[in-house]
Design a binder for this molecule. Structure first.
Ligand code: ATP
Length: 361
């Protein structure tokens, strides 16, 4: 069953187009994560679903009901913000029951809902405390608890973990995924954190300049990006890009010559290219190989910098005449990710290599 349907949604702020032609159908029980660079419209889209922003055009359905012109309180949604927005003078229990008290629900119903949320969120010991007596992670759980007690059709999360430290974020990520599995509710989640998106989402929506670039399961987007924006946005370190030109096409194979002279023959092209066309070749850092004689395409480079991260090594290598664009560390530097610890000296000569089947065009 469909939970949320966005049809031709547009949002203008004066002459500025914050959302353009947004169409998306979210199924009941799905966990959908919206990602995109700063200012792409993630929060605006979430706020239009919540009813905190009006839409300039388009229709919003929640469980088949047109809610486009309804007040936030009448839409069957609950929103969790980055700033937990708890009432400091109320206890945890009072904070969690607030929405139901405002809706004038009977006390017994409020008590039951608060007890259930506290059990799910492991806050049973904290119910009589005030927010300032809690840790950051506990406060965020209270904010989530306040949403749960209202039994919404749809949960909306706006970067709920970004105020937490790295360890707590990891823990809360697991807790949110567990919570989603337990409640089975529809959840729409905005974040700029790729790891959150990749690990929690059933589907990821990649937004750019107010438009949806691609929607899909996390690994599907990672492995089969539709375009250069999605390819470059998902994955850290970023995909390496090299400018090139198509010199030969026959059937589904093509020959590409890159700036700097590197020649790459692609055998099974998915899209269409034509001779003379300017293209960009993309290779993920974990697909680039250092000093590997078995790699089909090889070129010379020199190590500029190495980062040892414990379980992996990131090498930034200059490849002389070969021109890269928009890499993590500036142009003309390839990023190589190695799944173990290997020592490299700055300035030492290396060979970089890859197989065309591992590259994107
Ligand atoms: P971030 O990750 O930085 O929070 P975002 O993707 O959530 O970014 P939005 O907050 O949705 O971005 O903003 C999208 C665009 O709309 C931005 O360019 C922003 O400047 C603009 N915008 C947002 N709210 C308003 C407003 N009230 N008036 C005018 N422009 C606005």
């Amino acid at each position: 069953m469909t939970s949320v349907e966005l049809i031709d949604i547009e949002k203008h702020y004066g002459g500025f187009h914050a959302l353009k032609d947004v169409n998306l159908t979210i199924a009941e029980g799905e966990f959908v994560v919206m990602v995109g660079p700063s200012g792409c419209g993630k929060s605006t889209l979430l706020k239009t679903i919540a009813g905190l922003e009006t839409t300039s055009a388009g229709t919003l359905l929640i469980k088949g009901r047109d809610v486009t012109r309804l007040e936030p309180g009448d839409r069957g949604i609950a929103m969790v913000f980055q700033s937990y927005a708890l009432y400091p003078h109320m206890t945890v229990a009072e904070n969690m029951g607030f929405g139901l008290r405002m809706a004038k629900r009977p006390k017994a119903e409020i008590d039951t809902a608060v007890a259930r949320a506290a059990r799910v969120l492991r806050l049973e010991e904290q119910l009589e405390k005030k927010p300032k007596q809690l840790s950051g992670g506990q406060r965020q759980r209270v904010a989530i608890g306040r949403a749960i007690t209202r039994s919404p059709d749809v949960f909306l999360f706006d970067e709920p973990l970004s105020n937490l430290d790295a360890a707590l974020r990891t823990q809360m990520r697991v807790e949110l995924s567990t919570l989603h599995a337990e409640l089975g509710s529809t959840m729409i989640y905005v974040t700029h954190d790729q790891v959150e998106a990749m690990t929690m989402a059933n589907r990821i929506v990649v937004l750019n300049r107010g438009r949806i670039e691609q929607v899909g399961a996390p690994l599907d987007l990672y492995n089969n990006p539709d375009n250069m924006f999605v390819a470059g946005f998902l994955g850290a370190p970023r995909m390496n890009f090299v400018a090139g030109q198509v010199t030969e096409v026959s059937g589904s194979s093509a020959r590409v010559v890159c700036a700097g002279g590197l020649k790459v023959a692609f055998e099974a092209l998915v899209g269409k290219v034509s001779v003379g066309e300017t293209v960009t070749l993309g290779i993920r850092p974990e697909r680039l190989r250092l000093d590997d004689a078995a790699a089909q395409i090889r070129f010379a480079g020199s190590v500029r910098l190495t980062e040892y991260l414990g379980r992996e090594t990131i090498v930034y290598a200059d490849a002389g005449r070969l021109v890269t664009t928009g890499s993590d560390s500036g142009t003309n530097v390839f990023t190589v990710q190695i799944a173990d610890i290997r020592p490299f000296h700055n300035g030492s000569a290396v060979s970089l290599g890859f197989d065309p089947a591992d590259a994107y065009l």
